[in-house]
Design a protein around this ligand. Structure first.
Ligand code: SAH
Length: 354
């Protein structure tokens, strides 16, 4: 039995490829086979991505949302949540304060908030690039192709839009106002526009099977993403999924490890969600294939209001404290904080960057 798992893991490690059945099999391994899987993923991470861990400073700039995703605390129907929006000057100031802490990338994330016109976001992007020389990742959900194009022209380097689940039936039951086909279309549009594309999924959603999870990994591989965020689903009491079970740390780590075997050059974050369900969750991910951390640099007074799920870590911390804490975690693992912007190592994104 053990030999059989080892065979699949060695094949995946050598070929960076697995079919649905192989993935499902690995998702159900345990004991020694599980240790072997994590060690293989850690080795592939070291070979292809090195020991440096990339930091991305996350700015949660608006918690207004026009969508009603069944799992998310920012959903429009959550009427008692106080809402906030940061303006351009505030976003620039937060990013400016992150530069001396060593950040080379900021991620601007919000709910689906059409208050921000495409032009507003383009201008902020342009200023982050020109005034602060930061790499910019945008994560504003589904928008029109013209918006994505304008932001790319303004200099946005990356776009993060998780596919959430590649199980079309599950996707439609969780997203009453969004369609799986459109999510895919957005992701392929971002790809065509030359963004470094980030996507990803939640693990342990109610109704999600090992076959659904295998489909998630095959979808990420097919899209050939530059970044894949994989985190546990955490039930939020202010959503219709309040009573659902949360995703497990172990299954999430297996997904990250298999993602690393299949996509050796893809950035894989040790997600905040994983750190929120297990105090050592991010450390565990960093030794099972992950090579990125996204510390929160949102000012303290807003953090609590960006409550996509409960008990999010670091709610009382400030950006300098988070930076120190993450630095400590990384060095305790014998790793270093990356110095560059952390672009995708794939050739098309490194050519001409120097
Ligand atoms: N509006 C943006 C940002 C959404 S919030 C967008 O659609 O891209 C960022 C991520 O948080 C989501 O992509 C989702 O994967 C995750 N998330 C939301 N609710 C969650 C929950 N209850 N548990 C775990 N992750 C959740």
């Amino acid at each position: 039995m053990q030999k059989e798992y080892e065979g699949i893991i060695n094949q995946a490690r050598a070929e960076h490829n697995l079919g649905r059945e192989g993935i499902e099999k690995l998702l159900s391994c345990d004991g020694q086979a599980l240790d072997f899987l994590f060690a293989a993923a850690d080795q592939v991470r070291r070979t292809f991505m090195g020991d440096a861990v990339h930091l991305r400073g996350l700015i949660e700039f608006s918690n207004y949302c026009e969508s009603n995703c069944a799992y998310c605390g920012l959903r429009e129907s959550h009427k008692t949540l106080p809402r906030y929006r940061l303006d351009a000057a505030e976003i620039l100031a937060i990013a400016g304060a992150a530069v001396p802490l060593g950040y080379k990338t900021v991620v601007l994330q919000s709910g689906e908030d059409s208050y921000y016109s495409a032009e507003m976001i383009a201008e902020i992007t342009c200023r982050l690039k020109e005034e602060l020389s930061l790499a910019v990742t945008l994560s504003l959900g589904e928008r029109a192709e013209e918006d994505y194009r304008l932001w790319r022209d303004a200099g946005a380097d990356r776009y993060l839009l998780k596919h959430e689940t590649a199980d079309a039936e599950l996707y439609s039951s969780l997203h009453p106002d969004m369609a799986w086909e459109n999510r895919k279309k957005c992701l392929y549009t971002l790809r065509e526009l030359g963004y470094q594309v980030g996507s990803g999924c939640m693990v342990g959603l109610p109704g999600q099977t090992l076959t659904s999870l295998a489909a998630d990994l095959l979808f990420l591989k097919e899209l050939d993403v530059e970044m894949a965020g994989i985190g546990p689903f955490i039930p939020n009491p202010n959503t219709p999924l309040a009573k659902a079970q949360r995703g497990t740390v172990e299954l999430t780590l297996k997904m990250i490890a298999i993602a690393r075997l299949l996509m050796p050059q893809t950035h894989l974050p040790a997600t905040t969600a994983l750190g929120s369900v297990d105090s050592k969750g991010r450390q565990k991910a960093l030794v099972a294939g992950a090579n990125v951390v996204m510390p929160n640099i949102t000012p303290n007074k807003y953090r609590r209001l960006y409550e996509i799920y409960p008990n999010k870590i670091c709610l009382d911390d400030n950006p300098a404290h988070c930076r120190n804490c993450i630095g400590g975690i990384i060095s305790s693992l014998g790793r270093t904080v990356a110095e560059g912007a952390g672009h995708s190592p794939k050739e098309q994104f490194t050519l001409g960057l120097g």
